[in-house]
Design a binder for this molecule. Structure first.
Ligand SMILES: Nc1ncnc2c1ncn2[C@@H]1O[C@H](COP(=O)(O)OP(=O)(O)OP(=O)(O)O)[C@@H](O)[C@H]1O
Length: 295
């Protein structure tokens, strides 16, 4: 693979690329196991990449991609974050292929994201870039949160960066990273799953910022039994949002049971697994031990 050089790993194929990095499926030469390896865009070292590794490494969760190691090749040599390779595709791809999800599927995604955030927050980390492109959905409908590229320690000063369509009012203002900000972004993603579009539209940043800060929450577009979740999650003031990800999850589960019955999650995951564009499973792991790359 062009220009790709991470000692101890051999590249197989690209899994995805974003503004900051390129993620490649690679084999660890020592034992033949496959991992996702993220290198900064352009191949060189990038300020903050080591911090991304540190923050990701601090989080232990079944719903957050597992950190394996940070490879640093010195000032001129570039860096890489080695992670568990997650199968499936991004929620962004799912939404592009199918538009709005049925409410049970949207709730199942929301629940998974809130579990991930709750574990991250417990580790003192705010994600700050929760969006469909950073949520992977596997062939069983399970979700995994990736990309801690703009994450920060809770309470630490933070730059006003993120993804505008999902950014809470306080992130537009460059206020410190907080769990409440992540709950806002997670609710914006939930809203998009329910309706097929983002809560506030437009590409002109000042206008989008104004909507996030002042426009009424478009909760009426969500199914009636779930509107209170949208209203609270997208509240303009952080203190008006749910107290934490765990209690928000409990509220969402209670609303789901009331509106869609005891088996709501089973139905939601089945719907996700059946969604078009679904199922880009990684090749099955080979038995332990080194293995030759297929031609
Ligand atoms: N552990 C992983 N397993 C499988 N695919 C992954 C993994 N991590 C990332 N990806 C894929 O790579 C893409 C880019 O990764 P990531 O979001 O970390 O890069 P980025 O440059 O920080 O992106 P962004 O521009 O969104 O900030 C993801 O959208 C996803 O499709």
């Amino acid at each position: 693979m062009d220009g790709w050089d991470v000692p101890g790993y051999t590249a197989l194929r690209e899994l995805g690329a974003g503004a900051f990095g390129r993620v490649v499926l690679a084999v660890r030469d020592a034992d033949g196991r496959r991992f996702a390896v993220k290198c900064p865009a352009g191949g060189g070292p990038r300020a903050g990449f080591a911090e991304e590794a540190r923050l990701l490494g601090a989080v232990r969760s079944r719903h957050v991609v597992r950190f394996v190691e940070y490879v640093d090749r010195g000032v001129d040599g570039g860096a890489a974050i080695v992670m568990e390779a997650v199968s499936g595709r991004t929620l962004k791809e799912v939404l592009a292929a199918q538009g709005a999800l049925r409410p049970e599927a949207a709730l199942s995604v929301f629940r998974g994201i809130l579990r991930a955030l709750s574990d991250a927050h417990r580790a003192g980390v705010a994600h700050r870039d929760c969006k469909p492109g950073n949520v992977l959905v596997d062939e069983r409908g399970a979700v995994t949160l990736v990309d801690f590229g703009v994450a920060g320690r809770i309470g630490a000063d933070a730059a006003s960066i993120g993804t505008p369509a999902y950014m809470p009012p306080e992130q537009w203002q460059g206020l410190p990273a907080s769990p409440a900000g992540d709950l806002y972004a997670a609710t914006a993603v939930f809203f998009e799953c329910l309706t097929g579009h983002r809560p506030y539209r437009g590409d002109y940043l000042p206008n989008l910022a104004a909507q996030h800060m002042h426009a009424p929450v478009p909760d009426a577009e969500a199914p009636e039994p779930l509107r209170h979740l949208v209203r609270r999650g997208l509240a303009k003031r952080p203190e008006e949002r749910p107290a934490d990800a765990a209690s928000f999850r409990a509220d969402a589960e209670a609303a789901a049971r009331r509106a869609y019955g005891r088996f709501w999650e089973r139905k939601g995951r089945a719907a996700l697994a059946d969604a078009p564009a679904c199922g880009r499973p990684l090749p099955r792991p080979l038995p332990d031990g080194p293995w030759a790359l297929a031609a």
